[in-house]
Write a protein that binds this ligand. Sequence first.
Ligand code: FAD
Length: 317
Amino acid sequence: MKVTDHIKKAKGNTLFSFEIIPPKKGKNIQELYNNIDPLMEFNPPFIDVTTSREEFVYIEKEGLFDRKITRMRPGTLGICAAIKHKYNVDTVPHVLCGGFTKEETEYLLVDCHYLGIDNVMALRGDAMKGEQYFKATKGGHSYATQLVDQIQNLNSGKYLHGTLDVDDKADFCIGVAGYPEKHLESPSMQSDLKRLKEKVDAGADYVVTQMFFDNKKYFEFVDAAKKEGINVPIIPGIKPIAVKRHLQLLPQVFKIDLPETLISEVEKCSDNKQVRQVGVEWCIQQSKELLDAGVPVLHYYSMGKSDNIKSIASQLF
Ligand SMILES: Cc1cc2nc3c(=O)[nH]c(=O)nc-3n(C[C@H](O)[C@H](O)[C@H](O)COP(=O)(O)OP(=O)(O)OC[C@H]3O[C@@H](n4cnc5c(N)ncnc54)[C@H](O)[C@@H]3O)c2cc1C
């Protein structure tokens, strides 16, 4: 079922959902299940599975280093299929421009359709690790809007190389990313909103936001998006702070601000166990306010660990 249909079916009640990351190559899927199991009591109608793009690895060979490109966390689609089958829940694979040709994307979408996956998140992806700027993959897309176009084309039976004799059209519901504190490369908030509107005009059905720690940022973003003519659901994506290092890491990676009160509460902690508790409490307060505001879904970035998400969800759902 489509994410937008789950939202309609909920008739104004806020849904619970979360995002997971595929394990590193060679790791057992059981650990993922161990982290999903405790969250299933909150009835997530859908679970997102991220896609990690390829990266460089250096292999020593006779004193020299050979540079190879590899994907350390493959398996997004396999995990989506496994979870859908095991828990009877909708799964949302993240589909990236970076690292994939248009053909590879088409094959992935065909597989999704065969597997009964009704939703995909269309994303550009970041620059490769160690590179400063995003570079489009040869034969791939440069922006998420183009990916949305490709998915919409497929929805209308248009494949890359000519219209085929199609009697079983895909009908993907498409999610895209939105940034309450603007995307890090965007020259201004207004410009970023215009880009978001382009994604929605191309056929995106809903937006999931980048994490934020101050709800005001989300509420202002939703208002500004509405003024821009964006009328699809905007799902808040939130994450509990879990380690002290997040104080530097999150602003550095995502170019987001952390509220002063949260910073000082985390700084007072003597270990990461305390930080995790502060993160949970902050996230509960954030979630309660968002819930009162009637957001369609509370979507949590679990980063593969569920104990803190469970503590939060058990106070709300
Ligand atoms: C909910 C969510 C889930 C995510 N999941 C993943 C994941 O699974 N894997 C992963 O690698 N990353 C993921 N990301 C990160 C995401 O890939 C990065 O933030 C990436 O840098 C931008 O992706 P996007 O889809 O927003 O790009 P786009 O919408 O393409 O925007 C990228 C930048 O280009 C600008 N722009 C857009 N169109 C144009 C244009 N035509 N001309 C000029 N500028 C333009 C935008 O303003 C923005 O600054 C996720 C992010 C979010 C919020």
